[in-house]
Every structure is written in structure tokens, then in C-alpha cells.
Design a protein around this ligand. Structure first.
Ligand SMILES: Nc1nc2c(ncn2[C@@H]2O[C@H](COP(=O)(O)OP(=O)(O)OP(=O)(O)O)[C@@H](O)[C@H]2O)c(=O)[nH]1
Ligand SMILES: [Mg+2]
Length: 426
């Protein structure tokens, strides 16, 4: 199970809210007096699927093992007007900063930003109504019940984009993790080889009564945007930071030219996204304790000193870090807060928005039921010709008439829609 150590920040999961339970079609029966009147209860609603941001969840690893989330179905209604029980909801917990997308369309459904924040992803199917609900002043014993609403599975893409104020970037081994460990309580792995850091580390940096969050990501190398080294996947995690802290090994002991390092990393940022490349940067010249660093600091400052704020430091000993933290804080205070990824806040997988209808036949009468009918019955005034004209227009537009014809309705057959009843004339 080598997988266990792999940081997982992108997964695909399947969700399905519960089906609605069917309504019951039944009649009261007393001893010796069968079928006294309808008494079928409604089916229960299916359970919903929610996604909740939870600060105790750090990555999306668990979704590699469980990738299907099905909420409970609603139970069927009972006789004696008993309601069916509702299906159990499912709450999927994700780390803060998880962006939820519809896999097929790429639509951003939510950006789970704050601890405890919850989003309704898929609404359970509605329970069907029992036959008792279809009694009208004319029809006292309807012999049908509505079926529960069925739901569909949906595939979601979960992408973690950590929420941090400052992103620490640079070549491998330049001292990014050392820096984070010195300015925050974070304890990232530090070692003298490339790609020690394999997943983002977050640290809270205290500055007097304030604080900010810094993210240390794996080292970048030339060609990262095309997949070299650990690739540019981790750049996603600093995409929404407010600024970058660009760490350079100014000692040049690894045989690279520090000036060149700076140019190459900036080119990689640009290859990934203009937005990333345009984030404000503060430059940290690290490993100033090494012999020969002083000269390099001078030439770096000469070249970039006017354009950037530059902080020469020795991260291992902590030298220069106080000024650096003050500098980062000052810059952050001029910048807008971390932004959410834009999402369609009203998005929920559901059918009920469609004003659907169903048609049941009973004793030669066509009963039209469903959301559409409920809406019409609320808005139509019986005996008012304008209102009735509107009623008929909607029936035609929504396909009720064509569905009746499809079902084989004949001239003068009776159609019952809520309290309205009429003879069908094609
Ligand atoms: N001489 C000197 N060595 C340092 C300094 N800061 C860090 N180092 C050393 O540089 C090596 C790499 O440090 P890390 O903090 O792991 O570097 P990194 O940039 O996080 O490396 P990756 O995670 O591999 O990208 C370690 O051996 C550190 O002890 C410094 O100021 N001076
Ligand atoms: Mg590191």
C-alpha cells in the first residue's frame, strides 16, 4: 500500500441522493365492510447529499478508498395514512479549500471555505402521495397512488486548493521548509536532498496580535509546467494565495546561478498561469551564512533591488527572519483577502425544479398529478374564463395534452386535475 503516503488532492466520487418512497394506494376496511375510503399515506422523501468543510480533514485520501456515496431511499407510505420514513442523509466531510465540480461539465458547484460550512449537493427524490391525497369534492375514492421520485447518480470532482495567505516557492533544497519551520509552529520534513517536501505544508505565522497562513510547497524545477520533477500540480495550491515568498539559495553551492534560478522559476509560474505570475512577490535570499553568499547578494540586489523587496536571511539560524515576517505582513495588509473560487451558489442536483407531472388512470378517468398541478391549482381561479384559458395554455405548453394523447385518451374522456375536471376535446 505505497499509496498511503501519497498526498491526494484530486479525486472523483459518485453521489446519489435517495429515491422517494412510493405513495400507498389502500382503503380503510372494517370487519364486514371492506373498502370504506382511501387511507394510503405518502412515501418518505429520499435522503440528501451534503458536503461539509471540516478542519480536521487534511486531504482527500479517504476518497480513494470510498468513492461512492448513496443516501438512503424513502420508505413506501403505509395504509391508515401512515407516512413512509425519510431516507438517511449523507454528509461528506472534506478539507477546507476543497473545490467541488460537476465532473462532466466542469461547473464549479462549491468552494468549501470555512469550517462547518455545508452545501446541499443533491436533493433526495420526493415521496409519492398516497391515494388519500387525491380525493376531491367529486372523487372520493381515487384508486391510485403517486410513485416516488427517482434520482440519478452524479460524478463529482473534488480538488483541494489549500487556503493560505502566502505561498513559499523556489527550487528544491533552497530552504523553503526550514523557513516555514522557523516562522511558524509547523514541523515539515527538512533534509539535504531534492524533493524532501512531497505535499503542501501549512503554518500559522504569528505577528504581534495578528497572524497569517503560509504554505510551503514541493520544489519547482525548470520544465515543471510540462511535468518535470513533481510537476506543476502543486502550483494549484498557491493559486489562491495573496502573495508569493520566493526563496533563492544565494550561496550557489549547488552549482546553479541564483539570478538564473529566479528567472527560471518565474518562467514556470508564467507557464502555469498569468494569475500566478502576477501575484506580488517578496524575495528571500537564503543561506547567507555560506561563504561567498555576500557577493551574490550584492549582485542580486543590484539587478532586482529596485523592482522587488529583498530579504537576505539565514533560515537555519533565524537571522533576518523578523524583518522578513514584518515585510510579508506589511505587504499582506495592502492586499485583498483570499478569494473563493467563483461558484454557482444555487446549484443543486434536483429534478423538482422542473414542475413535473405524472398521469394515472383509474376507472376511465385520467388523473394528472405532480408539481405542475400543485402550482396550477394554487394559481387558477375556477369559473374565471381568463384563468381557465391560462390553465389550458400551460397544459399544452408543458406537454400534458400530448402525453394524454400518447396514453390513448379519447374525445369526451374525463381528465381530473386537482379540483378541475373536464371532458377531453382534442
Ligand atoms: N547553510 C544553510 N543551510 C540551510 C539554510 N536553510 C536551510 N538549509 C539546509 O538546506 C537543506 C534543505 O532544506 P529544506 O528546508 O528541506 O529545503 P526545501 O527548499 O524545503 O527542499 P525541498 O522540500 O526538497 O524542495 C537542509 O539541509 C537545510 O538544513 C541556511 O540558511 N543555511
Ligand atoms: Mg521542503
Amino acid at each position: 500500500m505505497a499509496d498511503r503516503n501519497v498526498f491526494t488532492d484530486k479525486v472523483r466520487i459518485t453521489v446519489k441522493s435517495g429515491d422517494g418512497g412510493d405513495g400507498m394506494n389502500s382503503f380503510k376496511s372494517f370487519k364486514g365492510k371492506p373498502a370504506c375510503g382511501p387511507d394510503g399515506g405518502d412515501g418518505g422523501n429520499g435522503g440528501n447529499i451534503y458536503i461539509r468543510a471540516d478542519k480536521n480533514v487534511n486531504d482527500l485520501l479517504s476518497f480513494r478508498y470510498i468513492s461512492k456515496y448513496f443516501a438512503g431511499d424513502g420508505e413506501r407510505g403505509g395504509s391508515n395514512k401512515c407516512f413512509g420514513r425519510g431516507g438517511e442523509h449523507v454528509v461528506i466531510k472534506v478539507p477546507l479549500g476543497t473545490v467541488v465540480k460537476d465532473y462532466e461539465t466542469g461547473t464549479v458547484i462549491a468552494d468549501m471555505f470555512c469550517d462547518g460550512e455545508e452545501k446541499l449537493i443533491a436533493e433526495g427524490g420526493r415521496g409519492g402521495k398516497g391515494n388519500v391525497r387525491f380525493t376531491t369534492s367529486r372523487r372520493h375514492a381515487p384508486n391510485f397512488a403517486q410513485k416516488g421520485e427517482k434520482t440519478e447518480p452524479h460524478v463529482l470532482l473534488l480538488e483541494l486548493k489549500v487556503i493560505a495567505d502566502a505561498g513559499i516557492i523556489g527550487f528544491p533544497n533552497v530552504g523553503k521548509s526550514t523557513l516555514l519551520s522557523k516562522i511558524s509552529a509547523a514541523k515539515p520534513k527538512i533534509a539535504n536532498y531534492h524533493f524532501t517536501t512531497l505535499s503542501p505544508n501549512l503554518g500559522v505565522v504569528k505577528y504581534y496580535d495578528n497572524s497569517f497562513v503560509a504554505a510551503d510547497i514541493p520544489g519547482l524545477i525548470e520544465g515543471a509546467a510540462e511535468g518535470a520533477g513533481l510537476g506543476h500540480d502543486f502550483l494549484r495550491h498557491i493559486e489562491r494565495t495573496r502573495m508569493l515568498v520566493h526563496v533563492i539559495d544565494i550561496s550557489g553551492t549547488e552549482g546553479r546561478d541564483p539570478l538564473n534560478d529566479f528567472i527560471k522559476i518565474n518562467a514556470e509560474l508564467k507557464d502555469y498561469s498569468e494569475k500566478l505570475a502576477s501575484l506580488p512577490q517578496i524575495i528571500v535570499l537564503n543561506k547567507c551564512d555560506v561563504y561567498g553568499a555576500e557577493e551574490n547578494v550584492k549582485s542580486f540586489k543590484k539587478k532586482y533591488g529596485r523592482k522587488y523587496e529583498i530579504y537576505p536571511v539565514t533560515a537555519v539560524s533565524g537571522e533576518g527572519l523578523e524583518e522578513l515576517v514584518a515585510g510579508i505582513f506589511a505587504k499582506l495588509s495592502q492586499l485583498p483577502p483570499v478569494a473563493r473560487v467563483e461558484s454557482d451558489e444555487s446549484f443543486t442536483y434536483r429534478k423538482s425544479g422542473n414542475l413535473g407531472f405524472e398521469i394515472y388512470t383509474d376507472g376511465g378517468v385520467y388523473f394528472v398529478v405532480g408539481d405542475l398541478v400543485d402550482m396550477l391549482c394554487r394559481n387558477v381561479v375556477l369559473n374565471d374564463p381568463d384563468s381557465m384559458a391560462y390553465f389550458q395554455k400551460i397544459l399544452r405548453e408543458k406537454g400534458v395534452i400530448s402525453k394524454l394523447l400518447e396514453m390513448g385518451i379519447k374525445e369526451n374522456d374525463t381528465v381530473s386535475i386537482g379540483e378541475v375536471e373536464f371532458d377531453f376535446i382534442p
